[in-house]
Write a protein that binds this ligand. Structure first.
Ligand SMILES: [Zn+2]
Length: 515
């Protein structure tokens, strides 16, 4: 295969720092910078800003005011066990590569086998198990990430969190591996220490409805005074609503044992769910999360919902039954939200496991989820008519279909008091995706009908990188509004802060920190 790898220059290495290199608060944790022997890794102080000097000047000023703000993380997928155990992170490959489907899907798309990247198979067949070989393979292909958000995030992570000062490529791979591995063994890199150094104000994880939340309980019971009340679960009952899937019966059993009830009717099913929601809230949860293929909502009569529930119990539910049941249950989840105050997040529009053979061999979440056309206006009308005007209800809506942003989502959020738009999600959580989001949404809905930023990541060490990118893109967008005299600088300052922290706190009903 033709390679685009960098040929290493033999000139004398540049100094590890230059006026263009930033040193963030994260990097104050005592990481000594590495000696540069490869191509220097530089983070330009003005990265992602418009080259127009007028916009750039304002963007710099706004970013300077938000860069040090705490990180509010109301939606993400960090494993709560890492903070409960506070054990050292494993070696670099297990930390940075194996769990990240953004990384291995790109390599897979260029012909690297998943087995060679150490992705575990469903049947337990052996895959590459030497983390250094996997790391080398990824580094050999790192050029694939040029101009992508993954490339931007990892550069930030390496530079700011791990103090790496040379670029990752095939030649530098083993040195960088050694340097990260050594740091991971030091107390400064324990998960809780990093959590504090990142200045995470709140971190919500995403948890299945029947999850006993043992790690959340352990964190609350621990002596970790900084983080004890900052790590919270999110209630995600998707699997319980997918009644046509063979796994549904096991999900129902899990709900029964978690709630200590026998569930024979749709009514007891719903009360068990309501009870789980209360349990999650008792451990700090402020939100639920729902992933559906389409945001279809429609209320069924009690007889109809009971009939579908019984078909599911008998293993007879069809895909069509599931669609009706999910549509009904979303209505029920909104109703429960009006009672228990949990904010309802809706994430539609992903065609999961598009690649059959990858699914057969490796299972879900392997980078084979592809966005589909999504319709919101008609699908959500029943739910919004019933609950969209209710001051107790709050819904955060996400999309993978950008064509709906200006046509449907911004007008809906610009009307219904209960509705907020989630930040650009997944494939759109990028420099250009965020810019397009502001273009498509912010004029009609205004930023105050959005939920601010969330990082939506399972990669703990990438959290600061993702917030930094968002703050820079927001500062730049606001810089454009100021220089075109659409808004004044004092408005822009407040908007930058709102986008960075306040909107997320308010939307997710987090406590406002004392001034
Ligand atoms: Zn998510």
């Amino acid at each position: 295969m033709f390679k685009f790898r960098r040929t290493r220059s033999n000139g004398s290495p540049s100094p590890p720092t230059s006026p263009h290199v930033t040193t963030s608060a994260v990097n104050r944790i005592g990481t000594s910078s590495s000696v540069v022997t490869g191509t220097p890794l530089r983070l330009h102080a003005d990265r992602f800003f418009d080259p127009d000097p007028a916009i750039r000047r304002v963007a710099r000023e706004l970013y300077a005011e938000t860069r040090e703000l705490p990180l509010v993380c109301p939606h993400g997928h960090v494993d709560s066990a890492i903070l409960a155990d506070n054990s050292p992170f494993p070696e670099p490959t297990a930390l940075l590569i194996i769990p990240d489907h953004y990384i291995f899907r790109m390599l897979y798309s260029r012909g690297v086998r998943m087995e060679d990247l150490g992705i575990p198979t469903r049947d337990g067949t052996a895959v590459e198990s030497d983390p250094r070989i996997i790391w080398q393979r990824v580094a050999d292909h790192w050029y694939l990430f040029r101009g992508t958000p993954s490339g931007v995030w990892l550069a930030h992570e390496l530079h700011e969190v791990f103090g790496i000062r040379e670029r990752l490529d095939g030649e530098s791979a083993q040195r960088i591996y050694d340097e990260i591995a050594e740091k991971l063994r030091s107390p400064e890199f324990l998960p809780r220490t990093l959590f504090e150094q990142f200045r995470i104000e709140m971190l919500a994880t995403t948890d299945a409805a029947a999850d006993p939340l043992i790690h959340h309980n352990a964190i609350r019971a621990s002596g970790w005074s900084y983080g004890r009340h900052r790590v919270i679960p999110t209630f995600r009952p998707d699997a319980l609503l997918r009644i046509a899937l063979p796994a549904w019966t096991a999900e129902l059993r899990a709900l029964e044992s978690a709630s200590g009830t026998t569930i024979r009717s749709c009514e007891t099913f719903l009360s068990a769910i309501a009870e789980r929601r209360r349990y999650f809230a008792s451990l700090g949860a402020t939100a639920t999360d729902h992933a559906v293929v389409e945001p279809y909502t429609a209320e069924l009569t009690p007889e109809e919902s009971e009939r579908l529930f019984q078909r599911a119990r008998n293993g007879d539910a069809t895909a069509d039954d599931q669609r009706c049941f999910e549509g009904h249950m979303l209505m029920e989840m909104a109703r429960l939200s009006t009672e228990d105050g949990l904010v309802m997040q809706l994430h539609p529009g992903a065609f999961r496991d598009h690649n059959e053979s990858v699914y057969e061999r490796f299972g879900t979440d392997k980078g084979a989820d592809i966005p589909i056309v999504t319709e919101y206006t008609r699908n959500l009308r029943p739910l919004l008519n019933r609950y969209g005007n209710d001051p107790r209800f709050s819904m955060v809506l996400f999309t993978l279909d950008e064509s709906t942003s200006s046509r449907e989502l911004a007008p809906l959020a610009g009307h219904y008091p209960a509705l907020r738009l989630g930040p650009p999600w997944w494939f759109h959580d990028s420099i250009e995706g965020m810019r397009r989001y502001h273009e498509q949404v912010s004029e009609t809905a205004g930023i105050y009908n959005t939920a601010g930023f969330n990082d939506d990541t399972r990669a703990f060490c990438s959290i600061p990188a993702r917030h930094d990118l968002a703050r820079r893109v927001d500062a730049n967008w606001l810089g454009g509004l100021v220089t075109r005299h659409i808004i004044e600088m004092d408005d822009a300052r407040e908007m930058a802060r709102a986008l960075a922290v306040d909107l997320a706190r308010e939307t997710y009903r987090f406590p406002m920190p004392a001034a």
